[in-house]
Design a protein around this ligand. Structure first.
Ligand SMILES: Nc1ncnc2c1ncn2[C@@H]1O[C@H](COP(=O)(O)OP(=O)(O)OP(=O)(O)O)[C@@H](O)[C@H]1O
Length: 222
């Protein structure tokens, strides 16, 4: 199992006082399994990703990522886990503008001390970005930037990929292409994927779709 969430509760304090955002939420994601996470704006999808990434403290319940219980992990263990077991893909790509495409792809792998030149070459080929390797991010289209971001996230061979609206800035054609590549890569590398999206078309490409509402996840029929 790549990810297990057990009875997670999470409260936030906003202008209206305390609010229970996640309520006794549980989820398991197996190796290579691709999960779509949908839900209204403000339902807590990004907060759930942040908790899985160890970026927000767990208030109650447990998250086990790659065998590590996050609630008991030290800051150092969480940081190591993020470097070696997690790939994160954002809507805004978050590429490093001063690094070439090639160096962006290698970046996560070097950080995790897992650089493998042949894997980086294979990822570039699978994502059809070989011709862009010496270019810089600002010269790329949105779809190209997101394919580079996917290669970068995969280069460290993580157990789990988190993607927060990765196609939010892309048109329908690019969006389909990027998501299909993402799922194909996740499957071929046995990497689990949790992808947040507002698009039913994107979610339909995942193995399972969950709807987050009232702090709970419900499996949706595709
Ligand atoms: N640290 C925090 N303190 C107070 N409120 C917070 C905090 N983090 C998130 N929130 C609130 O929690 C709610 C859920 O936010 P979150 O970003 O997780 O929702 P979302 O489902 O990802 O929304 P969207 O689809 O719009 O991106 C929002 O009302 C947000 O304002």
């Amino acid at each position: 199992m790549s990810l297990t969430i057990e009875s997670l509760n999470h409260q936030i304090t906003d202008g209206h006082g305390k609010r229970q955002l996640l309520s006794d939420l549980s989820l398991t994601v197996g190796q290579g399994e691709c999960i779509g996470l949908m839900g209204d704006s403000g339902s807590g999808k990004t907060t759930l990703l942040n908790l899985i990434a160890g970026l927000e403290p767990i208030q109650q319940g447990q998250i086990i990522l790659a065998g590590v219980a996050l609630a008991q992990a030290s800051e150092q263990q969480l940081s190591d886990l993020r470097k070696t077991q997690l790939g994160i893909i954002f809507q805004q790509y978050n590429l490093l503008s001063s690094l070439s495409v090639q160096d962006n792809i290698a970046f996560s792998a070097r950080l995790a001390d897992r650089y493998d030149a042949s894997l980086c070459t294979a990822l570039a080929r699978q994502l059809d970005i070989q011709a862009l390797l010496n270019q810089y991010p600002l010269t790329l289209s949105g779809g190209e930037m997101q394919r580079v971001a996917i290669a970068r996230a995969m280069s460290a061979q993580p157990q789990l990929l988190l993607a927060d609206e990765p196609t939010g800035n892309l048109d329908d054609n690019n969006s389909s292409c990027v998501v299909e590549l993402l799922v194909k890569l996740a499957k071929s590398h046995n990497t689990a994927l949790v992808l947040v999206t507002h698009s039913h078309n994107v979610a339909a490409k995942m193995d399972k779709i969950y709807q987050l509402a009232d702090g709970q996840l419900t499996l949706v029929n595709k």
